[in-house]
Design a protein around this ligand. Structure first.
Ligand code: PAF
Length: 280
């Protein structure tokens, strides 16, 4: 596995013209959920005979944090991250500093935000500017890495839809592939932010995946939303949203495919999760 910290070195070691790798962008603090995305990208690269294999980026992107404190305390575990990437089969890790991604002498474009990024009461309403930062960094990384395919986790369901729409709008020839959510025992979705949960909070956080399961007994999206909210509030989680939306457009919709989506806070820790939803 090769480690690059500058995009010039990345360009030197990768096939001229690009489109010979599968890519997994991350912000580090990697866990089994990321390992599964990397293994998926390794399999894609093998099946499609991509000589550059799987490239992983590790970069905590400052432009997508709407709270400075969240950015400052984001866990950094680079040595463990590199071991995880190697064990999962990555060929190259690109772990740049801010200067390499956002050079001061070169403006880095923020692409137009797809409509799915700004659906009322979802991420954008609660984290203004977040998806502008995500789109900015992902476009920049796509331009530097030039992958043929990129794998994003389903846990960040709205992000996955935003990246799909952005890639389509930019007419980038990149196949966006979804990686399933990996869960801890008990159902809590793996997240780099779980390290901030106390043992008691970790127990209470199980209410999130339980609320998603509860929603499967509802006959309508409105009933599903009521059930999820009540399950979360019973365990004293501060609900930011608990909704059922169209799975791709994320608009309220009478007919599916549907997705149930939750964001809830436990003190200063914000957790999100989602699942498929069908009327019972
Ligand atoms: O999902 C993440 O970890 C980040 O939003 C991403 C896609 C790596 C962009 O910084």
């Amino acid at each position: 596995m090769i480690l690059c910290t500058r995009h010039k070195d990345l360009a030197r070691i990768m096939a001229p013209g690009g489109r010979r790798c599968a890519f997994v962008p991350t912000m580090g603090a990697l866990h089994e959920g990321h390992a599964s995305l990397i293994r998926k990208a390794v399999a894609v690269a093998r099946d499609r005979n991509l000589d550059d294999g799987c490239v992983v980026s590790i970069f905590v992107n400052p432009t997508q944090f709407n709270e400075q404190a969240d950015f400052t305390r984001y866990p950094k575990t680079i040595e463990a991250d590199l071991s995880l990437c190697e064990a999962a089969g990555a060929s190259v890790v690109y772990a740049p500093g801010v200067e390499d991604v956002y050079p001061t002498d070169e403006g880095v474009e923020v692409p137009p935000l797809p409509a799915v990024a700004t659906r009322p009461s979802l991420e954008d309403a609660l984290r203004p500017g977040h998806f502008a930062g995500v789109c900015q960094v992902v476009k920049r990384l796509f331009d530097l890495v030039r992958p043929l395919a990129a794998v994003f986790g389903e846990k960040d369901w709205q992000q996955l839809q935003v990246i799909r729409a952005m890639t389509r709008d930019l007419r980038y020839p990149i196949d966006i592939i979804a990686g399933e959510t990996i869960r801890e025992q008990g159902g809590l979705a793996m997240s780099s932010r779980n390290v901030f949960l106390s043992p008691e909070d970790r127990q209470r956080a199980l209410a999130i995946s339980q609320a998603l399961c509860e929603s499967w007994s509802a006959k309508t999206p409105a009933d599903a939303e009521r059930l999820m909210r009540s399950e979360l509030e019973k365990r004293d989680l501060a609900v930011e949203y608990a909704v059922v939306r169209h799975a791709e457009s994320l608009e309220p919709a009478a007919s599916g495919p549907h997705r149930a989506l939750i964001a809830a806070r436990m003190g200063s820790v914000r957790l999100i999760d989602n699942s498929e939803w069908r009327p019972a």
